[in-house]
Design a protein around this ligand. Sequence first.
Ligand code: NCD
Length: 305
Amino acid sequence: MNNLIDIMQLSTEEIAELIDRAEDIIANPKKYSEACHGKKLATLFFEPSTRTRLSFEAAMYELGGNVLGFSEAKSSSAAKGESVSDTVRTVGCYADIIAMRHPKEGAPLVASRSAGVPVINAGDGGHNHPTQTLTDLLTIRREKGRLDNMTVGICGDLKFGRTVHSLMCAMSRYPGVKFVLISPEELVVPRYLITDVLEPAGVEYEEVRSLEDVMPQLDILYMTRVQRERFFNEADYLRLKDTYILTPEKLETAKKDLTILHPLPRVNEISVAVDDDPRACYFKQVLNGKYIRMALILKLLEVEV
Ligand code: NCD
C-alpha cells in the first residue's frame, strides 16, 4: 500500500520528483484540474488544525476530487470508544485516500494497517509530520534553489515539535547540511534524533541556548511554537513559552538572504513586525503546502497526468 507515515519512506529522489511535480502544478494548474475526478479524500482530524487539513482539502478540490471527514474527535465515533483501526477500516469503504492527524504517536501507522487505502500521517502527537516537511523542503528549494550545503537553525520547542523531527530526518540526507539546534535545556531534541539520525549520517550539529549568538551563520531559521498541549503542567509551559521571540532587531546580524520559516500557528515567537521583512517566508510556506500535497495525492493514488 502507498502510505506516507514517516518522511524517511521517501528517498531524496522521490522528494525531488514531488517538488518538481509541485512546481509543474504551480506553473500549469489547469493541467491538473480534473486529475482526481471521481476520487475522494477523507480528512480524519482527531486534533486541531487549520493549514494541514484545509490545505489537504483545497489540494483535493484543485485536483477535481471530493472531500469528506471530520475535524475533531468528539464528532466521530472515537467519542464512543471506537478504535482507530475500526474507524479507518470504515472510512476506507468510503474514500480512496485518508489524511489523518492524531494526538497519539503511531496512530497513523496503526491506521495504515487496516485502512485498505493509502494513509497519510498529517501529524501524530509529538512524533512526526511528514507533509509539513515536504512543504518546508519545497519552500527551501524555491527560496534557495537547493537543499544541500546550508546551515539550518531550528529554534524553539525541539522536544515536542513534530515538524522539527521530520525536518531533521529529511535534511540529514543532503550533503553539507549543518544543524544549529536552539532551545532551552528542557526542550532539546529527543536523543534518538542525535544517536539514530544525525550521528550515523555524519551530520554536523550544535545545540545552543542563544538565538542571537548564532544568527549570523544561519541560511535558514526555522522558528517553532512551544507545544502547550504536550506539556505535563501549565507552569512549565508559562515559564518556557516566550524564551525566543524573533524581532527585527534580532535580525540585524542575520544574512541578507536568510530564509525565515515557521510551520505556523505562531503564538508569540515571531513578532508581526518581522512579517514585512522580505526574508519572512512563512506565508509563502502556507501556500506551498497546498501544492506539495497535490503532488503527494497524485503519487499515492498513482494518477498519471
Ligand atoms: C504544526 C503541527 O501541527 O505540528 N502545524 C502545522 O501543521 N502547520 C506546528 C504546530 O502546531 O506548532
